[in-house]
Design a protein around this ligand. Structure first.
Ligand SMILES: *[C@@H]1O[C@H](CO)[C@@H](O)[C@H](O)[C@H]1NC(C)=O
Ligand SMILES: *[C@@H]1O[C@H](CO)[C@@H](O)[C@H](O)[C@H]1NC(C)=O
Ligand SMILES: *[C@@H]1O[C@H](CO)[C@@H](O)[C@H](O)[C@H]1NC(C)=O
Ligand SMILES: CC(=O)N[C@H]1CO[C@H](CO)[C@@H](O)[C@@H]1O
Length: 466
């Protein structure tokens, strides 16, 4: 009796239609999924809807259209830990409170190479999801892209990026740091700066939740850099574990579903092929899919185990006094060392001169390598009094901290005194890879990208070889 359905079957059919409508109302998918893969996501959403209880389930399941295969997104949620601070934020969202969400990162956080920045980059989509899934809450997004600047600089100038009242910070630094990462697991230089950055954010006034959003360093997505050659692991993963900070991975989201080259490297359609790093629309979708799943899982988890003292004890605890990656070094010294290493290894300085302190780097323009090098040369000159008549000081400090805003138009208010950078990504990554490739290779595994010459031709913005 095809035309006479039983009650439950009819209800299920109606629910399926409703889900489809809700999904259609969300942003259009990038049509990367096969019908079978779409069915997997629909089934996932139905399960959420059924399990999470009426209001929560419906909101969560219809609030986002996933575009990356389920198997990849399952892999992307690498570490959750105790999750106390994110559970607090999601509990607040469910309770209809106000939540300030801040994205601090590099070019992915700028929305570069999304086809419609401000609408379909990962941060815009994540904010849209939060607004749909938690309609009673007030979500205030702040986008703080630091351009090419590494963690040492962001940590050294953090008040320019982090509003004091942040509740949730999405931290996206691996692509920027990965250009000059050192291969040492035992005494790493850049990860020290990253750890200090994480400590500072965790120690901020409202004890914000941090989510590490790890994107791919130059070359990883175009078959030139191996899976493991990224600060994401082991160094930043250790930070995640030590501080109980959840971590999601674009690399892991794309690894199993991307095409492997004959050498077992990843060639993915989700990043700009010319640099193997910058997310395009599919890449931004993979990033937001990973964040959405983490958020949904946290909401589901709160249904199973409500927010309680086990959370507050963890979330309100002080940042551990022992710093993992450093001995007794002062933080300023560690940041300076990391910044110095970055300056040298990315060939920011033609003379190899290191900054006297990270604050010297705070005022630079990080929107292109040419701007960084130019600003750095002038900054160092001024500091040492060499040729001080160059008269560049009026330019200093004009970029970081100078602009307010973001591009999440129409979704919610953008607030804060936070810099917003625009960075031309392709030349960035090619330049970084050239700097990186020319410096080192690991255990007989050369990084295959051309060093120097070819990259120097990219818009003339590559760092000079030192
Ligand atoms: C892959 O990425 C690297 C690093 O950004 C770049 O130098 C290289 O040219 C890219 N390879 C291709 C085939 O585009
Ligand atoms: C100052 O600038 C001049 C001309 O550009 C250069 O020859 C000289 O070496 C510079 N002095 C120092 C101390 O860098
Ligand atoms: C950074 O984002 C802004 C805002 O969407 C965009 O206008 C700019 O082109 C982006 N930067 C680059 C150079 O890709
Ligand atoms: C990979 C690499 O080239 N690392 C170098 C970065 O710069 C420091 C100096 O600040 C060197 O000691 C590293 O060998």
């Amino acid at each position: 009796m095809a035309h006479r359905r039983s009650g439950p079957a009819a209800a299920a059919a109606a629910a399926a239609v409703l889900l489809a409508l809700l999904a259609a109302a969300a942003l259009p998918a990038t049509a990367l999924l096969t019908p079978a893969q779409e069915t997997e996501w629909l089934s996932y959403q139905k399960t959420i809807s059924a399990t999470a209880g009426a209001a929560t389930g419906a909101a969560l399941s219809g609030a986002h259209s996933f575009s990356t295969p389920l198997q990849g997104i399952l892999s992307s949620n690498v570490y959750t830990g105790g999750n106390g601070r994110l559970r607090r934020v999601v509990a607040d969202l469910l309770a209809g409170k106000a939540v300030k969400v801040v994205a601090i990162g590099g070019v992915a956080t700028n929305g570069s190479d999304a086809s419609s920045p401000g609408r379909n980059d990962y941060f815009a989509q994540y904010v849209a999801f939060l607004s749909r899934a938690f309609p009673a809450a007030t979500v205030t997004p702040v986008r703080a892209s630091a351009g090419l600047a590494p963690s040492s600089v962001v940590a050294g100038c953090l008040d320019r990026f982090l509003p004091k009242d942040a509740d949730l910070v999405v931290l996206e630094m691996t692509a920027s740091d990965g250009a000059t990462m050192d291969a040492s697991i035992v005494a790493p230089v850049q990860p020290r700066a990253y750890e200090i950055l994480v400590r500072k954010i965790l120690g901020a006034a409202k004890k914000p939740a941090v989510v590490m959003l790890q994107t791919m360093p130059p070359g990883m997505g175009n078959g030139t850099r191996p899976f493991y050659l990224t600060p994401e692991s082991p160094a930043y993963a250790a930070v995640s574990g030590y501080y109980n900070v959840p971590y999601v991975s674009m690399r892991n989201a794309l690894w199993p579903s991307g095409q492997l080259t004959t050498n077992g490297l990843l060639a993915s359609r989700a990043v700009v092929a010319a640099d193997g790093s910058t997310p395009n629309d599919a890449g931004h979708s993979a990033l937001v899919d990973s964040l959405v799943m983490l958020t949904q899982r946290t909401a589901m988890d709160l249904q199973l185990l409500p927010f309680g003292t086990w959370d507050t004890k963890q979330a309100d605890a002080d940042v551990p006094s022992k710093v993992m990656f450093m001995g007794s070094d002062a933080q300023a010294a560690a940041l300076k060392a990391a910044a110095c290493s970055w300056v040298r290894n990315a060939s920011v300085s033609t003379t190899g001169g290191c900054p006297t302190g990270v604050d010297q780097l705070c005022g630079l323009d990080y929107s292109s390598w040419a701007a960084v090098k130019d600003g750095y040369a002038k900054s160092v000159t001024e500091t040492f009094g060499d040729n001080a008549s160059s008269g560049s000081s009026s330019k200093m400090g004009a970029i970081i901290g100078g602009a307010v805003g973001g591009v999440v138009g129409g979704l919610a208010i953008i607030g804060g005194i936070v810099a917003f950078f625009v960075v031309r990504q392709k030349r960035r990554a090619a330049a970084e890879e050239a700097a990186y490739s020319s410096k080192f290779s690991i255990s007989g595994l050369p990084i295959t990208a051309a060093a120097g010459g070819e990259a120097n031709g990219v818009n003339g913005h590559a760092p000079s070889s030192s």
